[in-house]
Design a binder for this molecule. Structure first.
Ligand code: GLU
Length: 273
């Protein structure tokens, strides 16, 4: 127990040294109860991200929310639930999402860039190389790259909804120092999070089968905990720590400062620098 506490403390203390941070934000952290984009919530994420950038950190944002935003304004005219409608919602909502990020980040002195990806882009060496080159160029020029899956053509994602894995792949290929997944849930719990006897697990040294058994697909967020654990496994195999936390105000700053926020996943025996 004490050994684990020390390990966690060491891991969290090192987060402040992270130079490149990939942040994934879920749709529920960006929208109101009706599904419309909530500009206050987007502003609060942008305050956090620009705060990190001002401290000299490079940030890549993986943002969900396109389908939800499109649905909120188009569900009267487009039939909900059908694949072409979901793809159309994504196409409409992505513009709204990026417009909000662009305007809000501009107010904080930063430009944003949109990158839409499919799984194929990671399988094809040339495309992957181009992707990494573009991301590095944007980062080097102080621009915030904002990534989403290209939902209008990526059929599997609309079925399974998984920007968690996408953010992990981006972190791995960019050799990021840290992946932070912001959600509507505080972290990984020992049981059903709505049950008061469930406790948050602050440190997961390794995603074992016992840990995987804790994941339930019942959580409100699109990807649920299963995909977050899959993301943790992916990044930890590359020595990158991951934190799942609730997208509350000040959360990124607290994570970077080493506070015991959310759940941190270890780096599978590989020590972060
Ligand atoms: N790419 C989807 C969207 O922007 C969300 C997928 C996810 O949340 O994992 O609506």
């Amino acid at each position: 127990m004490e050994k684990q506490q020390n390990e966690e403390r060491m891991l969290r203390t090192q987060l402040g040294k992270s130079k490149l941070v990939v942040v994934k934000v879920g749709a529920s952290s960006l929208s109101d109860d009706q599904g419309n984009l909530d500009l206050n919530k987007i502003n609060s994420i942008c305050v956090e991200i620009s705060g990190l950038m001002r401290r000299g950190k490079s940030v890549v944002l993986v943002s969900s929310g396109a389908i939800k935003a499109g649905k909120a304004i188009m569900s009267d005219t487009l039939k909900n639930g059908e694949l072409p409608s979901l793809q159309a919602f994504a196409a409409i909502g992505q513009v709204l999402l990026m417009e909000s990020y662009r305007d809000i980040m501009a107010g904080k002195g930063y430009r944003v860039a949109q990158i839409l990806l499919t799984w194929d882009d990671f399988r094809n060496k040339t495309r992957l190389k181009n992707l990494i080159n573009t991301l590095r160029t944007l980062i080097d020029h102080g621009v915030l790259p904002i990534i989403n899956e290209n939902d209008t053509i990526a059929v599997e994602e609309i079925k399974f909804g998984d920007n968690d894995t996408l953010s992990a792949l981006v972190a791995v290929h960019l050799k990021a120092d840290l992946l932070i997944i912001l959600s509507d849930i505080d972290g990984l719990y020992t049981g059903d999070p709505s049950n008061p006897s469930s406790k948050i697990i602050s440190y997961v040294p390794e995603v074992t089968s016992e840990i995987e058994a804790l994941a339930s697909s019942k959580h409100k967020g699109f990807g649920g905990m299963k995909t977050k654990l899959k993301a943790a496994k992916l990044v930890s195999a590359s020595g990158i720590p991951m934190v799942i936390a609730k997208g509350d105000s000040g959360v990124l700053e607290r994570i970077i400062s080493g506070d015991a926020v959310g759940t941190i996943f270890g780096v599978g025996g590989q020590k972060c620098q």
